[in-house]
Write a protein that binds this ligand. Structure first.
Ligand code: ZN
Ligand code: ZN
Length: 173
């Protein structure tokens, strides 16, 4: 979906749409429900949006793919890329807002939404906060039950106790 910047009227532009967004390259696009408000001040454009999309992500503990809902709000300013509006750019970089660029008088809404969605994808997705992950020895998914691997590492604080037990045992023999 594309918007011509010069078509944006003084009162702004409100868009609501379902847009196909490719979040994981190589998979089919996810449909993002998008509500966007666009305001224009001469050539500077302010985009406020909220996006809801669900996408398949691999759990960082058990490696199973699960559908993760992403729900985000963003606010970003855009300036023309090709006109060398360095003054505007300089002025904008001093502010807290993020700045993007558009060219040919055209805002590519799909690209803008995709950029924002990618920023909000978690670095370490989890299928659930309680995910038990995989056994480090046999690789079994511990969410499906415990495995038979014994935990070899002993808590170092318990080592003196184990030693004491050993001494007692030797005395008895
Ligand atoms: Zn998991
Ligand atoms: Zn195991």
């Amino acid at each position: 979906m594309k918007v011509n910047v010069s078509d944006i009227q003084e009162e702004g532009l409100l868009l609501e749409a379902d847009l196909p967004i490719i979040i994981n390259s190589g998979t089919k696009p996810d449909i993002a429900h998008v509500i966007i408000k666009i305001f224009r001040f001469e050539k500077q454009v302010l985009v406020e949006g909220s996006v809801k999309v669900s996408t398949l992500l691999k759990c960082s503990r058990c490696l199973k793919e699960t559908l993760q809902p992403l729900d985000l709000d963003f606010r970003e300013e855009y300036v023309p890329a090709e006109e060398g509006d360095r003054e505007v750019e300089k002025e904008l970089t001093n502010r807290e807002l993020d700045i993007g660029f558009y060219s040919n008088d055209e805002l590519d809404i799909n690209e803008i939404v995709k950029e924002q969605v990618l920023l909000s994808v978690p670095m370490k997705p989890l299928c659930s906060n309680e995910c038990q992950g995989l056994c480090s020895v046999c690789g079994k998914d511990l969410n499906e039950g415990a495995c038979n691997c014994r935990k070899e590492e002993m808590d170092p604080r318990l080592a003196p106790l184990a030693q004491f037990r050993e001494t007692l045992k030797n005395r008895k023999e």
